[in-house]
Design a protein around this ligand. Structure first.
Ligand code: SF4
Length: 99
């Protein structure tokens, strides 16, 4: 049996245009961060009229492709939690920090 690993939570997301954003929080089960040039949230979907995801659940970071972030180890995030908001794009990981 393997021990379940606690994944970092999305502590705050201010991208209200996203279908997974209810009231400043993300309700996707898990999100994926990363693209070639910045820490984009790939789970973002511009559907403000849709209440997507699971009520009562706060998203966790399922995977992150930004290997150059100091919180990243083997393409998994080890930050205590992350914040998502506009940076390079409409929805980016604001906790990203270069090594
Ligand atoms: S803090 Fe770094 S490792 Fe964690 S999701 Fe953001 S960019 Fe990825």
């Amino acid at each position: 049996m393997t021990a379940a690993m606690e994944m970092p939570r999305v502590q705050e997301c201010v991208v209200t245009a996203c279908g997974y954003n209810h009231t400043g929080d993300c309700h996707a089960f898990a999100i994926t961060i990363g693209s070639m040039d910045h820490a984009h949230c790939h789970t973002f979907i511009e559907l403000p009229a849709v209440r997507a995801g699971v009520d009562g659940l706060i998203a966790q970071v399922g995977a992150c492709q930004r290997a150059d972030c100091r919180h990243n180890d083997q393409l998994e995030c080890h930050a205590p939690g992350i914040k998502v908001g506009p940076d390079n794009d409409m929805a980016d990981c604001l906790t990203y920090a270069t090594r």
